[in-house]
Design a protein around this ligand. Sequence first.
Ligand code: GUN
Length: 292
Amino acid sequence: MEILDGKVVSARIKEDIAKEANDFFEVTGRKPHLVAILVGHDGGSETYVASKIRNCEKVGFKSTLVRYEDNVTEDELLAKINKINDNEAVDGLIVQLPLPEHIDPEKVTAAIDYRKDVDGFHPINLGRMMRNLPCFIPATPYGIMLMLEYYQIETEGKHAVVIGRSNIVGSPMSILLARNSNPGNCTVTLTHSKTQNLPDIVRQADIIVAAIGRKNFVTADMVKEGAIVIDVGINREESSETKSGYKLYGDVDYEQVAPKTSWISPVPGGVGLMTIVGLLKNTLKSAKGDIY
Ligand code: GUN
């Protein structure tokens, strides 16, 4: 069993990003610039956004955090997005999800200029991804693809079972793995909460991507000997053992599952760190005009 080590891979790729950001600065006199909008005080979102901002600084990007209270109106938020869309000094704009009930995430996603949509959530980017055209790829699936590429994992012809059909991870991941590309060229089964005989299907997988958001959902009896297991779960539980006051658990029962696998990504220290890399790469590409 070998580890898909997000710490190693993200550090390596961030070195390259920092070099490229420096080259960009020398040519243009400016830094790639990411703006993140955070509404409310959701604990997970606070942590993720803080990490995005910190990582921007680390690789030599400029970042701006725009904060709103829970009671911000949809109109106010959309007006701000339009303003940032028009600001030529901004390369990437993300609105952290989830949003409060009274704000429609579809409206917000579609309002972001697709040329600054470094989360890759805009329908234009999703459509272009399906067609294998240049686009921003959602950060977590992008990070997973970079990880598979780094370890030169052979995916062609393999049966990949994705668990969870979210817009952010499961659905785009299923498209990327099925695309005619490397990594890619998998036979993909996208499973979800209504799937019948889910354990039977997962047992057939050469590659498992667990993105269902439930602690220990994937158990050892569901995993074929030698499978590659990618754990996207970030399940937070309060804990007195850690300084932060909470502990992270993946969607995979790591202790039991790991010995059966050929490769497995841990939580923490796996995919979570790669999400940031995906976001940074998209922001750099936007600044350089590599896609649009
Ligand atoms: N919420 C959970 N993951 C993400 C992400 O990748 N981007 C944004 N904007 N919100 C999220």
